[in-house]
Design a binder for this molecule. Structure first.
Ligand code: ZN
Length: 203
């Protein structure tokens, strides 16, 4: 993952900068020590010849310049460290946000799957309850028709039309249905599915 690589390289950069800072601070300290030593020699009056005195003063001046340069380096490193820290925090925050989004999507998916499972369970229960009340031979016929007709074993008769094959029944068939006993199992003459009479059947 790219973001993880970015975080790792920023961590490496920060650790390099920390080492550079320690080195620069050590350099500053060494220069300070030399300046102190030179000043002490000067103050103690240990230097007598004008030439040596001049050399010592010029060395002190150059050491002070060096100290100032090194302090600049330390400051610059600290600024770069701060910037690296900021970038690292931003990358880590982005990573956390992506992880949170991913978790939220997974949670929604799990909830949806749970609901679908629950509905499927209820539908299976309802189907079992209905099937339990029907005679065995009718159920067997229904299952046979269902297997032959892509899962639709029974169809409503709607305004004289079979909702399974969508063909209109002829007058003779409709008249036969009108005369049939309400408990009689009716079949579509075209597709042979079980025909279910409703108030909308057009009888
Ligand atoms: Zn039909």
């Amino acid at each position: 993952m790219q973001l993880r690589d970015a975080v790792a390289s920023l961590e490496a950069e920060q650790s390099d900068l920390r080492r550079a800072q320690v080195k620069a601070e050590t350099d500053v300290e060494q220069v300070r020590t030399r300046i102190d030593r030179d000043r002490k020699r000067l103050d103690a009056g240990q230097v007598s010849s004008p030439r040596e005195l001049e050399n010592l003063q010029s060395e002190i001046a150059s050491l002070i310049r060096r100290q100032s340069d090194l302090e600049e380096v330390v400051l610059e490193i600290m600024e770069r460290q701060e910037a690296a820290q900021g970038r690292r925090e931003a990358a880590a925050a982005e990573r956390a946000e992506i992880a949170a989004d991913r978790d939220a999507v997974a949670a929604r998916r799990d909830t949806a799957l749970g609901e679908i499972g629950e509905q499927a369970g209820k539908a299976a229960d309802r189907r079992a309850a209905v099937a339990g009340e029907e005679p065995q031979d009718l159920l067997a016929l229904y299952e046979r028709m269902r297997a032959q007709h892509g899962g639709v074993g029974a169809a409503a008769l709607h305004r004289g039309q079979c909702e399974g094959c969508h063909l209109s029944l002829n007058t003779v068939d409709l008249n036969n249905i009108r005369r049939a006993d309400p408990d009689e199992v009716l079949r579509c003459e075209e597709c042979r599915r079980i025909l279910v009479r409703t108030a909308e059947s057009g009888l």
